[in-house]
Design a protein around this ligand. Structure first.
Ligand code: GDP
Ligand code: IMO
Ligand code: MG
Length: 426
């Protein structure tokens, strides 16, 4: 398959970075299409751990071209820092390219993100405070600053002055915060523009050319379907579209250029930040899974909330993404739990059984998850190389997920490293 989309099927942190890193070894191009440095993708090699935020997870292979598409929001300071740190590890950046249309995250976006969260009080979203929402907001308002403007000093000065002062007014008058020093910001950001100039290229055209040359292209999702601004648990979502459709609008390619889609999920569920989480575990099992699975944010180090595998979520994700294949990560973490639960449906307040994910918060607040209990497994599976080597109850768990989700589990993660992955028909 020449082009493949890898998307998060739950609330993010499903192990997309690991899957991309594995698939990148057989790819020519890896492309990010949305989100920003709110993402944190971990890649573990023998003795090294990389936590990537904006740089596509194909970067560890020097021959792979890594592209950042127009739908991304780019913090110039953050990406330059990430590049600098990775260069210390001898990572090659000659093949990194960024679309001139990406929106620039400016300091006022970060200040507004924090001020908005503070004002919301206990109803806060629990954002990563990286300025993602306010930056996408300026984009939709059609006042955002794009990379092609950042690298043009005359235009950048004019635009940053106007937009900066406008956002300063909001900071001061609405949120009662101190204004930012626009002139200082302009000078600092011009130097970032100068450093980023070398990476700028039209990603839509580059991807099309690569497709025509029959290159293998991987589209790397960030976040996950349940954080999608339209189809996630709104308003407890991110501000972009982390589903397959977001790849088309974020890279600038039509859907006919997508050949294959793989949904990445964990064998259980996690979410960071606030908002509905029907299958959340609220007893000591959550602590156990969190500690064993090291479920703390790659980026913000926050504790991840833990829940059972939710087939209602996965079916919703399958529909909005269009995948028929799953990469099921972190199965090893469930070893030692005597009884495993899978959420198969929800019961509404008026006792109706539903299998579709409710579109509104009010219904979500009132549903009760319905579980099917399955016997667990106690064996260490971290060295298993084939599905046959897995314990019987573990295999039954995988088959149950396939049956409930109508998807094929094609990759099974039994550990964080590249080689700790079982393949079925891939
Ligand atoms: P991403 O945002 O989707 O790329 O996921 P993160 O990197 O934020 O979080 C996934 C975490 O799980 C990382 O620490 C990975 O190293 C780890 N991981 C991925 N797959 C597996 C697996 O199969 N088993 C275990 N034990 N850890 C895994
Ligand atoms: P990766 O790519 C998990 C969550 C935040 C918050 C909500 C909105 O590593 O899977 P934002 O800063 O985007 O406005 O925050 O979205 N969130 C993520 N959760 N993984 C991510 O990315 C996330 N990116 C954003 O915690 O609840
Ligand atoms: Mg992550």
């Amino acid at each position: 398959m020449p082009t493949k989309v890898v998307v998060g099927a739950q609330w993010g942190d499903e192990g997309k970075g690991k899957i991309i890193d594995i698939l990148a070894s057989q790819s020519d191009v890896v492309v990010r299409s949305q989100g920003g440095n709110n993402a944190g993708h971990t890649i573990k090699q023998k003795d090294k751990t990389y936590a990537l935020k904006l740089i596509p997870s194909g970067i560890l292979f020097p021959k792979v071209c890594c592209y950042i598409g127009a739908g991304v929001v780019l913090n110039p300071e953050a990406i330059l820092l990430e590049i600098e740190k990775l260069k210390e590890e001898n990572i090659d950046f000659r093949n990194l390219k960024i679309d001139p249309r990406v929106q620039i995250i400016m300091p006022w976006h970060i200040a507004l993100d924090a001020a908005q969260e503070e004002k919301k009080g206990k109803n806060n979203i629990g954002t990563t405070k990286k300025g993602i929402g306010p930056c996408y907001c300026d984009k939709i308002k059609r006042i955002g600053i794009r990379l092609h403007e950042l690298i043009n000093p005359k235009i950048f000065r004019e635009r940053a002055k106007i937009v900066g002062e406008f956002n300063n007014e909001i900071l001061v008058k609405i949120y009662d915060k101190a204004p930012l020093k626009i002139d200082e910001i302009i000078e600092k950001y011009l130097s970032y523009g100068e450093q980023l100039k070398q990476y700028v290229a039209d990603i839509s055209s580059l991807v099309y050319d690569a497709y025509c040359a029959n290159k293998k292209i991987l589209f790397e999702g960030a976040q996950g379907a349940m954080l999608d601004v339209n189809f996630g648990t709104y308003p407890f979502v991110t501000s972009s579209s982390p589903i397959t459709g977001g790849v088309c609008t974020g890279v600038g390619i039509g859907p006919t250029y997508i050949d294959d889609i793989i949904g990445v999920c964990k064998a259980y569920t996690t979410r960071v930040g606030m908002g509905p989480f029907p299958s959340e575990i609220l007893d000591e099992k959550a602590v156990l899974i969190r500690e064993k699975g090291f479920e703390f944010g790659t980026n913000t180090k926050r504790e991840r909330r833990i829940g059972w595998f939710d087939a209602v979520v996965l079916n919703h994700s399958k529909i909005v993404n269009g995948f028929k294949k799953i990469a099921l990560n972190k199965l090893d973490i469930l070893s030692g739990i005597e009884k495993l639960k899978i959420c198969t449906a929800y019961q509404t307040k008026d006792k109706k059984i539903i299998k579709n994910f409710p579109p509104c918060l009010e219904t979500l607040d009132e549903i009760t998850p319905i579980y099917e209990e399955m016997p667990g497994f106690s064996e260490d599976i971290t060295n298993c190389k084939t599905i046959e080597e897995l314990p019987t109850n573990c295999k039954k768990y995988i088959l149950k997920i396939e049956e409930l989700c109508g998807c094929k589990v094609e990759m099974i993660g039994v550990g964080p490293k590249r080689h700790q992955n079982i393949y079925r028909n891939i």
